[in-house]
Design a protein around this ligand. Sequence first.
Ligand SMILES: NC(=O)c1ccc[n+]([C@@H]2O[C@H](COP(=O)([O-])OP(=O)(O)OC[C@H]3O[C@@H](n4cnc5c(N)ncnc54)[C@H](OP(=O)(O)O)[C@@H]3O)[C@@H](O)[C@H]2O)c1
Length: 300
Amino acid sequence: MENHVAKPDPASPIVLVIGTTGQVGKLIVEEFDRDLGNVRVRYAARKPERVDELRAAGRDAVRLDLDDPRTFAHALYGVDRVYLLTGYTVAMLAQSKTLVDAAVKAGVGHIVHQGVFANWDVTDPHFVWHQMIERYIEGSGLAWTHLHPNVFMDGLASEIATNDGAFSVYWDNRRVGWIAARDIAAVAATVLRQGPSRHGGKEYWLSTEVASGPEVAAILSDVLDREISCDVRGPEEFLASIAKRGLTVESWYADAGVEFNRQVIDGRMGYIGTVRDDVEFVTGRPSTSLRQWGKENLTD
Ligand SMILES: NC(=O)c1ccc[n+]([C@@H]2O[C@H](COP(=O)([O-])OP(=O)(O)OC[C@H]3O[C@@H](n4cnc5c(N)ncnc54)[C@H](OP(=O)(O)O)[C@@H]3O)[C@@H](O)[C@H]2O)c1
């Protein structure tokens, strides 16, 4: 692959977006396609073919593997703002620590981190990992903005599509807070366009509607005019479902998932079932309801 990065121009900040093939990242690409604002965007991807694809579409793109810090200097050269998104893995700890260190060395000014919807004293391991990363970012001396999304509505789509209109929840019949990935992407892109003078030191909470699994199923059935059903299960069935679906999930991560469901049910993470909606504060437009998300994402 050719060694290629955009030439930095001090007049226009450069934003590096990580995770561009994922649920949220691909929507951030769309957000910037729609409105670049006063920034230039460099997209990072782990797979060389994805980098080629992005470049073929006229975008600045660079290879970055979060598990290989040797790829960081090239990706971060000249960058002013970074969107730090990691996948569903405990490796997020080492990935984020090394990326933040490299960002400091490269002269980055602002890190925007995609975390979780957590109280400060949460004990669920996955949530704890994200908080450790946030504390590390704050200690780095870089300006920061933390995004705290609750459960992604978009996680429902593939299960509903492949499971004959049914999805499962493992938090019994408790209510949880939902957020559309498109809203996370819109908040992320706005923060990255406007930068640290407006958003530095801010935390944005992204939990826009509260509903139990059966309530979500009822809303979606009504919107789509066909039956969507919810299989209500408990935490202990979560591991079995991973195995049944043939998914490869690290045991640390899977156990944290069980713990999340347990704590939502026993009330230690009862705050997961609350609305805290900062979407309109940041983007100027209302957040997406479950009804609207269903219409936009599930109609054939
Ligand atoms: N799902 C939820 O309800 C929920 C709720 C709150 C917070 N979150 C947080 O959201 C984050 C996940 O967001 P998402 O659903 O958009 O993720 P996703 O769809 O799983 O996508 C992950 C992205 O990260 C990239 N990536 C993974 N490993 C990488 C590596 N070693 N180097 C470079 N890139 C790598 C992937 O690229 P490849 O294509 O190369 O794999 C992909 O673009 C997690 O941190 C999770 O804790 C999720």
